[in-house]
Design a protein around this ligand. Structure first.
Ligand SMILES: *[C@@H]1O[C@H](CO)[C@@H](O)[C@H](O)[C@H]1NC(C)=O
Ligand SMILES: *[C@@H]1O[C@H](CO)[C@@H](O)[C@H](O)[C@H]1NC(C)=O
Ligand SMILES: *[C@@H]1O[C@H](CO)[C@@H](O)[C@H](O)[C@H]1NC(C)=O
Ligand SMILES: *[C@@H]1O[C@H](CO)[C@@H](O)[C@H](O)[C@H]1NC(C)=O
Ligand SMILES: CC(=O)N[C@H]1CO[C@H](CO)[C@@H](O)[C@@H]1O
Length: 424
């Protein structure tokens, strides 16, 4: 279809290459497809911040913004709970699993600011969440007695607006800076930590060092990142990475980067950390389509790599918890929780386990979710919302597991409810 129309061709190639995340080893990708926009040149993270007057020049890009993107930056109308929150704030670092609007401000095709995204959310509007409804951190914020956490780039940058938490997560981001670069701009793991550092400095300037330290050390930091280092880096064999690292040593590399960053965060007074593992993306509609799954069976080689990473991370976190003995750091194995849902889908009320609600092609895994007419009528009986992301119904179950192991034990050595109990 993309052979004749000259203006559409480059645009379609961009979309297609964003969706073909894992390049088959025999397929070489012409370099010029990746140089589609000057906006993907790496920028200094310090130049894009909520208060930066120059940021408007950085948000111009080639993909037309959705007409509803203006409504997406206003915070959802969930009032703060009247009872005392169980933690003063929730801070979030991560990728599209928890992005709540960061990428609306970036030049990237990894954006969820158009319908049908958000159609079952509280506002029934797209917000930038890669889901039909809520993402796990929405459920957890409410559990903590906090309002929905705003994205860093959507708020004013004043300390008062960040006191109950900020979400730095950016779709496409990975631990490695380059991961996800073929989709355009994203805020990498290290850059998000730099933004968190800026927030901490704002608190210190505004409230004084003691109050700021107290606020941060009682707050929860939620980290959900790493899957794009596989989807957009390792599995694509970027920079010959597969020859340089076997999966096991690549996992070790990511885990030790994560470890160092958590130590840096500890040095900024962070004391309560939830680290999410990697999900079974070998069961995601995109990979079912891509690897030619016949009857929805998951792709073992991808699942195995995810499990290995989680294994390494779990024991790394355990060791770190002993080393930083006055911190509470927990690892939540989202793979276990997700496989529990897939294996016991009938019990949870899901009868569509391998097809996405929104997409096209086999398993609806072939393409991004781009418009309402690509979506099913009702997502509640689906596990997958689009080619990579679970539905609101799945996020609710996973969040319950992080909170108090309601359906399945996922978090080691403690769940979030236990972590914040010592605040009360
Ligand atoms: C990864 O890419 C390099 C070239 O960049 C190639 O030599 C190597 O065979 C690739 N590895 C795999 C496992 O495909
Ligand atoms: C913590 O940061 C300070 C500077 O703010 C530095 O002097 C110190 O070495 C750091 N400590 C650790 C354990 O990294
Ligand atoms: C799932 O259940 C709904 C009704 O609850 C039904 O309409 C639909 O056809 C079922 N889908 C499959 C794939 O079984
Ligand atoms: C989807 O289906 C569920 C259960 O079958 C129902 O409770 C819900 O109201 C439906 N949602 C919509 C938007 O139709
Ligand atoms: C390691 C692992 O759990 N792999 C699983 C991936 O998914 C397939 C198919 O559903 C399972 O059979 C594998 O055990």
């Amino acid at each position: 279809m993309a052979t004749t129309n000259s203006r559409l061709v480059p645009f379609l190639y961009i979309l297609i290459f964003s969706t073909i995340f894992t390049q088959p080893r025999s397929l070489t990708v012409p370099q010029d497809f990746f140089s589609f926009s000057p906006n993907i040149i790496p920028y200094n993270v310090n130049t894009i911040s909520p208060s930066s007057p120059s940021s408007s020049s950085l948000i111009s890009f080639s993909i037309p913004p959705s007409s509803s993107s203006s409504s997406s930056s206003s915070p959802p109308p969930i009032p703060p709970s009247s009872s005392t929150p169980l933690a003063p704030a929730l801070f979030i670092i991560g990728d599209s699993s928890v992005d709540c609007g960061t990428n609306n401000f970036l030049g990237t095709i990894a954006r969820a600011d158009r319908p049908p995204y958000g159609r079952d959310f509280d506002t029934h509007q797209p917000t930038g969440r890669f889901c039909n409804g809520r993402i796990p951190v929405d459920y957890l914020a409410l559990r903590l007695g906090l309002p929905f956490v705003p994205s860093y780039l959507s708020q004013s940058g004043r300390a008062e607006d960040m006191m109950q938490g900020v979400n730095y997560a950016s779709a496409g981001a990975g631990v490695i800076y380059t991961s996800g670069s073929e989709m355009g701009q994203r805020i990498s793991f290290t850059q998000q930590i730099q933004q968190f550092t800026d927030t901490m400095q704002t608190f210190i300037l505004t409230f004084g060092e003691d109050v700021a330290t107290n606020l941060i050390s009682n707050s929860v930091l939620y980290i959900s990142i790493g899957v794009n280092d596989y989807i957009h880096y390792y599995l694509r064999n970027v920079s010959n990475v597969q020859n340089l690292y076997l999966p096991w040593s690549f996992n070790q590399f990511l885990a030790s980067s994560m470890r160092q960053e958590i130590k840096n965060l500890y040095n900024m007074s962070v004391r309560k950390v939830v680290v999410m593992g990697l999900p079974p993306i070998g069961c995601a509609p995109y990979y079912l389509w891509r690897y030619g799954s016949e009857q929805g069976e998951c792709i073992d080689e991808i699942n195995d790599t995810m499990m290995e990473f989680n294994f390494i991370m779990r024991y790394m976190i355990e060791g770190l918890g002993q080393e930083l003995f006055d911190a509470q750091i927990t690892f939540c194995d989202i793979y276990e929780g997700s496989m529990d849902i897939i294996d016991n889908h009938e019990h949870y009320g899901f009868n569509v386990t391998s097809d996405a609600c929104c997409g096209i092609g086999k398993y609806k895994g072939l393409f991004l979710c781009l418009s309402p007419d690509m979506a099913c009528d009702n997502a509640t009986n689906h596990i997958w919302w689009d080619q990579f992301h679970p539905t609101d119904a799945v996020n609710a179950i996973l969040a319950d597991n992080v909170w108090n192991s309601l359906h399945a034990k996922m978090c080691y050595p403690m769940n979030l409810m236990e972590m914040v109990a010592s605040n009360a």
